[in-house]
Design a protein around this ligand. Structure first.
Ligand code: FES
Length: 166
């Protein structure tokens, strides 16, 4: 068993279940602990919350915030909501895909290659920086008014940091 498998879904759910705690709050707590919400937790969550598996799965997949697989070592979240779109986020997305060789929101592929994927590209919808768009995060750090040149510098720095800690 490696770190990826080092959780027991039943225990994980029990640990974060408290009287009166909502499903959303539990999902947040699990993701805060592991960095993602393992699909194996859907069944125990449905049981303790007295919901169907479909209902839990629906909530888990409805919110872009929740991920069902570990994040790649370098994870870019690009805002593709209204204000950022009006400031060229789609052109920036094309640049990012060309620069990284990855596709946005290829979650299935990322899940399959999670242990080996170096870069993950995710679309999000508003990072609260609408006046400073386009905005994105790299490994959780927020960056505003991002140009292709600025992205290249930020991406190079993030990749270097990951390589240094590998
Ligand atoms: S629309 Fe992109 S930060 Fe709000």
């Amino acid at each position: 068993m490696d770190d990826f498998d080092a959780f027991e879904p039943e225990q994980l759910v029990q640990r974060h279940t408290q009287p009166g705690r909502s499903l959303l709050a539990i999902l947040h707590a699990i993701q805060d602990e592991l960095g993602f919400v393992p699909p194996d937790t859907v069944a125990p969550l449905a049981r303790v919350m007295n919901l169907s598996r479909a209902e839990v799965h629906g909530v888990l997949t409805y919110y872009h915030h929740f991920r069902t697989h570990p994040a790649a070592p370098v994870t870019v979240q690009l805002c593709r909501a209204e204000a950022c779109r009006s400031m060229g986020t789609e052109a920036l997305a094309q640049h990012i895909e060309a620069r990284t060789g990855c596709r946005f929101d290829s979650a299935h592929q990322a899940a399959q290659n999670a242990r080996h994927a170096a870069v993950g590209l995710e679309s999000v919808y508003c990072l609260g920086q609408c006046a400073l768009s386009p905005a994105l995060t790299i490994n959780g750090t927020l960056h505003a008014r991002v140009t292709p040149q600025k992205f290249d510098a930020l991406f190079a720095a993030a990749t270097k940091r990951v390589e240094e800690t590998a």
